[in-house]
Design a protein around this ligand. Structure first.
Ligand SMILES: [Fe+2]
Length: 223
């Protein structure tokens, strides 16, 4: 479990054991939804022309099957507990996790730069990801006016360490299948998908800070 700061943001980077939940079932459900309609986009209203297959804002659409995430949420408990310690969460504050949506794509597609609203932290789980075919999530340097500075600095500073991330305007991880990342929800990010033989599938979750520990409901987990 790798905990570090990226441009000052607390990040947890780890991987989830694919045998610890019903991965195949979830992947099949999502892949079948994708086959029904490559572009499922009821989320963006901007001019970016986001054209991914994305369940956000379209969960009630009966054309598609809603994946059962019950077993998956349990695999997130340990990383969430570690992240809580890392950020120094006060004892009377808890995490309320909600699996927010999935994305699936094997066509050339774009998910526009965005932050996650109405939550404090977010999580991306890469259920299907092949480094040779798929594009990683790109995080944008949160500091302003980095385009010029990054061009002049990145050839002059050894940027092998994550603490040198401030030099770059765009940041990404060498993503592998089953990786999981937790980050503050205001860390803006986007995905520029390449055409691929196999689908790239991610599940995104949002974490809200709550005062007390509530019992679990559908798709929600208190840690
Ligand atoms: Fe996102």
């Amino acid at each position: 479990m790798n905990l570090h700061l990226l441009c000052g943001f607390p990040i947890l980077y780890t991987n989830i054991d694919p045998n610890s939940y019903d991965k195949e079932k979830i992947v099949d459900t999502i892949t079948n939804n994708y086959k029904k309609q490559n572009v499922r986009q009821n989320w963006s209203t901007s001019a970016y022309e986001t054209n991914i297959h994305h369940s956000a804002g379209d969960e009630s659409n009966k054309k598609f099957t809603f994946p059962n995430y019950d077993k998956l949420t349990k695999t997130y408990i340990k990383p969430l507990q570690e992240y809580k310690k890392f950020i120094g969460l006060k004892k009377d504050i808890g995490f309320d996790l909600c699996i927010a949506n999935y994305t699936c794509s094997s066509h050339k597609s774009f998910m526009e730069p965005h932050i996650h609203f109405e939550c404090e932290f977010s999580m991306i789980h890469y259920l299907k990801f092949d480094q040779s075919q798929h594009a990683p999530t790109i995080f944008l340097n949160p500091y302003e006016s980095w385009e010029w500075w990054s061009r002049t600095l990145k050839n002059k500073i050894n940027c092998e360490k994550t603490h040198q991330a401030w030099v770059y305007s765009e940041l990404s991880y060498p993503t592998k299948e089953d990786d999981l990342i937790i980050f503050p929800s205001m860390f803006r990010h986007f995905v520029n998908n390449k055409p691929s033989k196999d689908p790239r599938i991610t599940v995104a979750s949002n974490i809200t800070l709550i005062k007390d520990q509530r019992t679990s409901e559908d798709k929600k987990l208190n840690v």
